[in-house]
Design a protein. Structure first.
Length: 438
């Protein structure tokens, strides 16, 4: 995309009501954006239905959740889970008795990976098997859903699937150097993308993060047709990431985390929503702000974009509640270290020539550099050291606020979305939070 459509006005209401159905297309794990939407669906009185990726047994065979796992998952969700494994990706799929893609990576080492070659015809066979497995399971899920969605009800499909990293030791070693490495340990992200290891990973990211959204839209076509024919509405959402506008030098400016390897799959996700929109299907990708989650913690420095949210809370007519958030963050810092000192460090970081060079929307996602790694990772580590407890960070508090704000924004906007791809920046998130608490 060469331009951005940002949500600037607070959506006032939504069309969802008691008896409507909210479908979480992906499993709810720990802290993350999906929690915000689930909370809004519960608040609206919707019937909440979830899915599961399933689990692998000791032989890597995919299976449904057992009774204990199912009970825990349904308790976390607050609704029923259709217990059909919807594990996306193909890294552990293969024709019977043959090597899967993860097996093919087993011989790669940190010394050899850039020159190692892969058996691409075999990988394509594995991909076809993985896609068929997923689509076959999706048919079973949609059959189960069809029986619980009443004529004329509204249906909200929330796609939350993302990822696709093969469980290969070599990738973990390379990733540690790309996303965490400095000096002699630094590896440029371009080296990964140009390698056969990187090409495989990008393929799997596409299958997990993006193509599953397309499968969902296509697989639910019969339900959508029936619901709309009988007076109901069907909506689809997905979580994107394509940078965020934050306050830099007193203005909201677009910036991004570099290098976000999954960005290529996120752009594919956007294209799928645009194609659906062209067919009069209300599918919207919401590009959300950076937060800390279980999966994002590998990207050291991604959390640095959270700190300007504090300034946004004040900037968007924040009152006593906004001031209370500043104080809550002050309380997490070591004695003698002020929040203003921390924020000045962030201002200096964002004003640097290094960071300004990566605020190039048209070139996204850009490759990282050694100068970027030194500055970003170094700044991240310095700020962590300013806290009383490494397990209680300002960014944890701010991440929770972003989740709280984006849930209502997405839920309400999805009733009548402005387009197939929307950005939720710090301005609208801050405004939503101030309204909720003001």
């Amino acid at each position: 995309m060469q331009s951005r459509v940002s949500l600037r006005n607070l959506p006032e209401k939504h069309c969802f009501r008691e008896g409507d159905v909210f479908v979480l297309f992906g499993e709810l794990f720990g802290r993350g954006y999906a929690n915000g939407l689930v909370n809004e669906a519960r608040r609206a009185g919707m019937t909440v239905i979830g899915t599961t990726v399933g689990r692998r047994d000791e032989n890597n065979v995919l299976r449904p959740l057992n009774e204990e796992e199912l009970a825990l998952a349904e308790s976390n969700l607050g609704g029923r889970i259709i217990n059909v494994p919807l594990m996306a990706g193909f890294d552990l799929d293969a024709p019977a008795g043959q090597a899967n893609p993860t097996d093919l990576l087993a011989g790669m080492t940190l010394k050899s990976w850039q020159g190692d070659k892969l058996d691409w015809p075999q990988i394509e066979r594995c991909r076809e098997i993985g896609v068929k497995r997923f689509r076959d399971s999706l048919v079973r899920v949609m059959t189960a859903l069809d029986g619980v969605i009443a004529d004329g009800s509204n249906v909200f499909f929330a796609h939350t699937m993302a990822g696709g990293v093969p469980r290969a030791k070599v990738f973990l070693a390379v990733a540690n150097r790309i996303y965490k490495g400095r000096g002699e340990r630094f590896i440029c992200s371009r080296a990964l993308l140009d390698s056969e290891l990187g090409k495989l990973i990008l393929m799997n990211f596409d299958e997990v993060t993006a193509n599953t959204f397309e499968h969902l839209i296509e697989g639910s076509a019969a339900i959508r047709a029936r619901v709309e024919r009988t007076g109901g509405q069907v909506r689809y959402t997905a979580y994107g990431y394509h940078g965020t506008e934050i306050l830099i030098d007193g203005q909201y400016q677009w910036q991004t985390y570099t290098s976000y390897t999954q960005g290529y799959a996120k752009m594919r996700l956007e294209r799928i929503a645009q194609a659906a929109w062209a067919q009069c299907v209300h599918a919207t990708v919401y590009n959300c702000p950076e937060i800390r989650t279980n999966s994002s913690d590998i990207f050291v420095g991604v959390e640095l974009s959270l700190f300007p949210l504090l300034a946004a809370l004040r900037n968007e007519d924040g009152g006593a509640w906004a001031q209370a958030q500043w104080q809550a963050c002050r309380d997490l810092l070591q004695e003698g270290i002020s929040l203003e000192t921390l924020l000045q460090k962030i201002d200096t970081y964002n004003a640097s020539a290094v960071m300004a060079g990566f605020r190039n929307f048209a070139a996204w996602p850009m490759d990282n550099s050694e100068a970027l790694a030194d500055l970003m990772i170094g700044t991240s580590e310095e700020i962590v050291q300013m806290h009383k407890d490494r397990k209680a960070l300002v960014t944890d508090h701010l991440s929770a606020l972003v989740l709280e704000g984006t849930g209502p924004l997405m839920f309400r906007e999805t009733s009548n979305p402005a387009g197939p791809v929307l950005w939720l920046n710090h301005d609208i998130v801050a405004r939503q939070l101030n309204r909720m608490h003001g």
